[in-house]
Design a protein around this ligand. Structure first.
Ligand code: ANZ
Length: 958
């Protein structure tokens, strides 16, 4: 490539031409300068990063990237797209009067780092640190203006000390549903002890043993251990959060099967915040698509709980269609429902339908067999829209509370224990799954919502359920309530009121969101600051014992199993170090030194990224997570916004739910407990697109090295063999990765930055094309040439007044670039800079100093190294980084106009100031709409309009 590379050519002819070698020299020099002078240091109001109060008096901008995990593969050119974008934006904000905080840390715990370590046989800390070093070198070369004093990795004990501290805050609090906020658990204990609040279970607090008290509090704590069914992934050897399981019931990482298993695990009570997580979305400046995904994940459903009496007890169902209660012809319990045994009689009732029994001699036998079958399926498999529904009759009937009818009670795996009440009323006429089930089990199907298509009202002739919210209720009259003729919404309201009046049901809201499974059977994560006493009660470590450091172990590999073997149990790597696990401690709780066992699970990799924005604010604070004054300055609510937060957060759309939901939840807890002033972490979120690359595959479908592929007549060849080309991801495994280092070596980082920003709108994915990079290099060469004599190296600018056309070109560019940078439209900003630069090139002759300086300032956020160099060459002694961004003079921004004469019957009636490029149609419209012209026509019709844009319009009245 270097033969055709202008970057390498012509050094002899023009010794001071901007070449790759020169770019590399300039860039390395300025990177050293910036580092030595702490050019990007952002001052804090207080603490060790505090500085000139005048700087802190400025408005602030806190600009953040989703931080990377230190991958062994290093960066390819796709990774820095967002980092460059935030850097350009941050530089622009610095030049428009803001105190800017922009830095980057590393998310260094978690599965990827650990898997890499296991594969390469190195300790995760060693491999992670080596990877970070490598990435830091790569990032530095891009000229990113980060405040490196604020960088850290989540694996630093100084950092995870506070991750553990936050865990303890969450552990030590409960959600007060009345106040709608988290409070210290000690307040709840006081309320129980004083009798102000009844203890669940009905006994008094004083009667309870220590274990019983701990169990009661577990039901309230925002972080709690429980034996609930969890997602167990034998192939990875760990349990996973719901968010980490794909739609087909496999692990997001590694694609292994995931099973439900009952294991004692830590959870975060994120469900307590479901309402607030949903409501506060409204206030955020986020892409609608991401908000929608969060709304769906939280999954708010408005419906009702309804009691169906059975043998003096009730089965309570959750339904979103209480308006169809008259059409409920059977019920279904989840196979795991605790009431199943109770309602499974000794024998089948007289005349039980054969298909209902599954061929079993007794209900107990049928239920046991079906339960075993259901246990081997994942939730997703159970919920699949398969037409063949399975289940068995329990042998019992319940009463439909509105019709009084006896309805059979089934168990079936399409009803999940973890949603609603784990029991449903089935309305086969209007629910697809119930319809399929009713057909299979020959159950009655009753139409209670009048179809508005042509299927008729006899369900026996239907092929599927009629599902609609926009129809009338029919066949729904009982003794003292009738829904007939009502629409769905009115019917729901009426029946809910009826149920509530009789105390047999109530309107409720149900959420799809589940509590967040928070423990992993991994080595490479934050240890829990929890120990168990000899009675098995969990105790928090006192703050003075933090950080609880991850112990060195010989064997840090996870214990994995046959991926398909559900009957396995996880083993935690930390449990292999018994010296660490068994300790004698004085927790300072008045009980003196005692023997304890440490928790051996570790936190999931999401923990470290749940709060890192806060630590950037005050990274060296050893007393506090963050000083409140610093937090308020950078994160506090402004300008009447209900929440504060990071001013711009850029990252990939793949984090729509997991990271962003978890981080929002932690923010809210910290806010409730008074540790921070913003209840939301990220005010504005922006998702950058992906840089894609062509993947070339041979006839076997194997990727071949993209650099060695040749193009001939529209076809592609590798070693003489024809290969196919498709646009895909960039990566080592697809043999199409291009590194920023290669491109920087060939053209310089400024060219790489410009190319990435010029490729298209930031939020759109775009294909990488190495051959196109040179275009941006040429722009920088022309820029250089407009200021510097390539032969002598002398600055060529002159102290003269620029001409009018140049002033117009300049101020239009300033105006446009400002708007584009503010709006993150970097590609169009570059187009405007290019236009101005071309104007100067075309005009020829030396450029006026004022114009050259403005041009350099316009370029500075985009290509900071060359801008810094030219700024010095222009005679300045201070860095370009903190200069004021040019301001457009409005007089030169408005389009030039020409005067158009409008005649009526040959006489001049009006003069219009119009754009020289106005079209005939526009000009005619403007003329006919002019007040003076309207007056002159005085209601007369028009025979003819002659238009000669832009100067003349002649109107001939009828
Ligand atoms: C009666 C009914 C009639 C229903 C009808 C739907 C249509 P969303 O919107 O997702 O909240 N359901 C309730 N609990 C369930 C569970 N544990 N497992 C499986 N399904 C369950 O869904 C609520 C609806 O899903 C509820 O409303 C219930 O079926 C079912 F024409 O009740 B419906």
């Amino acid at each position: 490539m270097s033969e055709t590379n202008p970057a390498a050519a012509s050094e002899v002819v023009a010794p001071h031409r901007y070449t790759a070698a020169m770019a590399n020299e300039i860039e390395a020099r300025w990177q050293d300068f910036w580092e030595a002078n702490a050019t990007y240091a952002a001052p804090n109001p207080t603490g060790d990063l505090a500085a000139d109060p005048a700087l802190v008096a400025k408005p602030k901008k806190f600009i953040m990237d989703m931080f990377p995990y230190p991958s062994g593969a290093g960066l390819h050119v796709g990774h820095p797209l967002g980092y460059i974008a935030t850097d350009v934006y941050a530089r622009y904000q610095r030049m428009t009067g803001h105190n800017v905080l922009h830095t980057l840390g590393f998310d260094a715990f978690g599965l990827p780092a650990e898997q890499y370590a296991v594969q390469t046989g190195t300790h995760p800390r060693a491999s992670t640190e080596a990877n970070m070093k490598n990435m830091q070198v790569q990032l530095r070369r891009l000229g990113l203006g980060h405040d490196n004093r604020r960088s850290f990795a989540t694996i630093d004990p100084d950092y995870y000390k506070w991750t553990q501290w936050i865990f303890l805050q969450i552990f030590n609090s409960w959600y007060d549903d009345e106040a709608k906020k988290a409070r210290p658990i000690a307040e709840l204990v006081d309320r129980f002890a004083s009798g102000e609040r009844a203890v669940p279970g009905g006994r008094s607090w004083n009667e309870l043993t220590a274990t019983e008290r701990a169990d009661v509090l577990s039901g309230f704590r925002l972080a709690y251990a429980s034996d609930a069914p969890v997602n167990w992934c034998p192939g990875l050897g760990t349990v996973l959060a719901n968010e980490e399981v794909t739609a087909d019931g496999r692990s997001e990482r590694g694609n292994f099967p995931v099973f439900k298993a009952k294991l004692r695990q830590w959870n975060m009570r994120i469900t307590a915040y479901a309402d607030r997580l949903l409501d506060d979305l409204e206030e955020l400046d986020w892409p609608e698509a991401i908000k929608l995904q969060q709304r769906n994940w939280i999954g708010r459903s408005e419906g009702a709980r309804v009691d169906f009496p059975i043998d003096g007890e009730n089965i309570t169902v959750f339904t979103t269609r209480q308006d169809t209660l008259f059409g409920a012809t059977y019920m279904v319990l989840a196979p795991e429902h605790p009431l199943v045994e109770k309602f499974t009689p000794q024998e089948w009732p007289e005349g039980t339908h054969e298909v209902w029994t599954g061929g079993h001699a007794t209900p107990a036998e049928a239920v046991a067999a079906y339960r075993a079958q259901a246990a081997s399926k994942s939730d997703v498999e159970r919920q699949a829209e398969a037409k063949d529904k399975t289940g068995v009759f329990t042998g019992s009937y319940a009463t439909n509370p509105v019709s009084g009818e006896q309805v059979p009670v089934f168990i079936a795996d399409y009803v999940l224990m973890g949603y609603g009440t784990g029991a449903i009323m089935a309305v086969p006429a209007h629910d697809t799954r119930d319809f399929a089930f009713a057909r299979a089990f020959e159950l009655p199907i009753r139409c209670v919502v009048e179809p508005n298509d042509d299927r008729g009202t006899d369900p026996s002739t239907w092929d599927d359920a009629f599902v609609s919210y926009d129809a009338k209720i029919v066949n729904s009259s009982g003794e003292d309530v009738s829904l007939d003729g009502l629409g769905v919404v009115e019917a729901k309201a009426r029946i809910t009121e009826w149920l509530e009046r009789r105390g047999i049901g109530e309107g409720t809201v149900n959420f799809r969101l589940r509590d967040w499974l928070f423990s992993r059977q991994r080595y490479w994560g934050e240890p829990f600051p929890i120990v168990y006493d000899e009675e098995g009660i969990a105790h928090p470590l006192p703050e003075s014992m933090l950080p609880l450091e991850l112990p060195e172990v010989e064997d840090y590999s996870p214990r994995t199993f046959d991926p398909d073997d559900a009957n396995t149990e996880p083993e935690t790597p930390l449990s292999r170090n018994q010296d660490w696990v068994n300790v004698t401690l004085d927790l300072g709780d008045g009980r003196g030194p005692r023997k304890y066992r440490r928790e051996t699970n570790t936190m999931p990799n999401w923990a470290g990224s749940c709060w890192y924005e806060l630590r950037y604010l005050d990274p060296h604070n050893s007393e506090k997570l963050v000083d409140p004054e610093n937090e308020r300055y950078w994160m506090g609510p402004r300008d009447g916004m209900p929440h504060g937060g990071v001013d711009l957060y850029v990252g990939g759309a793949e984090h729509a739910v997991l990271h962003l939901l978890y981080a929002r939840f932690w923010s809210k807890v910290l806010y409730d407990l008074g540790h921070v002033s913003s209840a939301e972490p990220f005010h504005k979120l922006y998702n950058q697109g992906m840089i894609q690359a062509f993947v070339y595959r041979d006839s076997r479908g194997i990727a071949v090295p993209a650099v060695d592929v040749e193009e001939r007549d529209g076809a592609y060849y590798y070693e003489g063999e024809k290969v196919t080309r498709l646009l895909g991801k960039m990566g080592k495994s697809l043999k199409n990765a291009v590194t920023p280092d290669e491109i920087s070596a060939e053209y310089g980082a400024d060219t790489l930055r410009l190319y990435e920003m010029a490729m298209g709108p930031l939020d759109v994915s775009r294909p990488w094309d190495t051959r196109a990079v040179v275009g941006q290099f040429r722009l920088l060469q022309r820029l250089w040439r407009n200021v510097v004599d390539e032969a002598t190296g002398a600055v060529t600018v002159v102290d003269s007044e620029p001409d009018e056309a140049t002033l117009r070109a300049l101020h239009k560019a300033i105006d446009g670039v400002r708007q584009d940078l503010e709006g993150l439209r970097f590609n169009t900003a570059i187009a405007k800079v290019t236009e101005l630069n071309n104007h100067l090139t075309k005009t020829g002759g030396p450029v006026a100093r004022t114009v050259a300086e403005s041009l350099v300032l316009l370029v500075a956020p985009l290509a900071p190294h060359i801008a810094e160099e030219l700024w010095r060459k222009l005679g300045h002694t201070d860095s370009v980084v903190h200069q004021d961004f040019p301001v457009a003079d409005p007089a030169y921004v408005v389009d030039e106009t020409v005067t158009c004469v409008v005649q009526v019957k040959g006489k001049v009636k009006a003069r219009l100031e119009v754009s020289p490029s106005i079209s005939d149609e526009e000009l005619e419209k403007a003329a006919l709409g002019d007040d003076k012209v309207v007056a002159a026509l005085d209601g007369a019709g028009i025979r003819k309009v002659i238009v000669r844009a832009p100067k003349l319009v002649n109107i001939v009245p009828a």
